[in-house]
Design a protein around this ligand. Structure first.
Ligand code: ZN
Length: 151
């Protein structure tokens, strides 16, 4: 398990140092901003949505390693998926990082998102990890409304 943990930590740091899909997305038709006042994380998620499918995703912002890595992995994993799939992954990811669900995390379905499993040991970091997801959800729902906050 400790090897696994080191691997996960390395992946998170790598995504933090070299974020994927960073920057404003050309052609995006949805976006929403999220703010986590507990940590100071701020992230804007851009999405190009076509009907029920998320064609592409990107993000901008600044925050701690967990938040930036979460946005990076999320945009990587969800681009090309359907809006419904994204919603289901949000629920699974939330269970993964909070450890609230009694069920074992479905690592096959979570894919790279599983690297955030260690977050459940640091409850104060849960909002850092879920912030980009809250922003994405807001973007998918109504796009151009007020910024979301984890509070
Ligand atoms: Zn944070």
């Amino acid at each position: 398990m400790s090897d696994m943990r080191e691997l996960y930590q390395e992946m998170i740091l790598d995504h933090h140092k070299h974020p994927r899909n960073f920057g404003r997305l050309t052609g995006a038709n949805r976006h929403a901003e999220g703010f986590n006042p507990l940590c100071g994380d701020r992230v804007t998620v851009y999405a190009l949505v076509d009907g029920d499918s998320i064609r592409d995703l990107s993000f901008e912002g600044s925050g701690c390693a967990i938040c930036m890595a979460s946005a990076s992995v999320m945009t990587d994993e969800l681009a090309g998926k359907s809006v419904d799939d994204a919603e289901q992954l949000f629920v699974k990811f939330h269970d993964l990082v909070t450890g609230e669900s009694a069920k074992e995390p479905d690592l096959d379905v979570l894919g790279k998102l599983a690297v955030f499993m260690g977050v459940r040991e640091f409850p104060v970091r849960v909002k850092c990890a879920t912030l980009p997801w809250h922003a994405l959800r807001a973007a998918l729902k109504d796009g151009e409304k007020a910024p979301v906050s984890t509070e």
